[in-house]
Ligand binder design. Sequence first.
Ligand code: RUB
Length: 332
Amino acid sequence: MGSLRRVDEVAADIRSLKIQGARRIARAALEALASAATLSKAKHPSDLYNDLLKAAHALEATRPTEPMMRNALEDCLRHTLIYARTHPSGEVGEIVRALVEHQRELLEDMQAAGAKIAKFGAAEIPPGAHVMVHCHSSTLMATLIEAHKMGKGLEVTCLETRPLFQGRLSARELAAAGLPVRLAVDSAAGSLMDKMDVVMVGADAITAEGDLVNKIGTHTLAQLAFAHSVKFLCTAELFKYDPLTRWGRAEPIEQRDISEVWEDGRYARESAAGGGMDGPVLLPKGVQVHNPAFDRTPARLIFAYVTEEGLVPPRELAHVAERRIKKAMKTR
Ligand code: RUB
């Protein structure tokens, strides 16, 4: 285990988007849970569980639309409880070791899943394809870089992704890997769609209906791709599936701070003398800002999810993900 970062520090980094993207968030949360276990002063297993539950709740509360983080934390907690039940004479130190060991296995599984998705996804991209991407997904970046290494000769258009411009992260990462990259403002997507062969995005959550919850703007982009008969693919680990949506839970959509859209001082005022820009402008009275982090794209607009088990049609995703989760539980 690397340096032990406290849960409150990691939670603050997730909330402020210093750690962003579902996969990185899930990894950081798992590491934080393991450090909470290691740093716990509990002398009895029940006190340890209290510490762990508190840590998991604090992490889960950082970003509500992140089932991968919830699935990973819950898997780790469930495994720890099962270990303790099957080793009733186990000391706290032994239970902590079991948790840390399991957390390591989960991180390795995630790594392996990411590598498989990159291979399946790269195989699905036609040679010489023009690909449009939205936001910044580590899973998608790995897929495009894999396709590039295979000599597919891609050209990638990254949409900037207002309001926080995660698309620029994608552009930087892909250019550094040697891919030809074009950066476009989100509203230019329609003017470029006819030139595209594939549109690709990552996922924050997938519902029981196979709908995709991802960065705001994904739904509009999927509509546009559909209207132009351009294939729309989503690269996503099966852990992005939210099992609670099977029982009627609507995937919550996180609302972000209005300062991401109208930062006081970012907009200048036109001076009375005409034309010149002069000082900051506060949000005008009576203007409300709508700033959801994510939106929901209906399954019918999605060609397929690229998962660690290969391409999965949206309607089958819940079934495949549930089978995988059950299998993982049986093998432990
Ligand atoms: C990031 C985002 C990404 C998904 C998938 O949003 O929407 O597409 O999280 O990323 P934010 P990954 O910047 O608000 O976290 O494939 O890395 O899990």
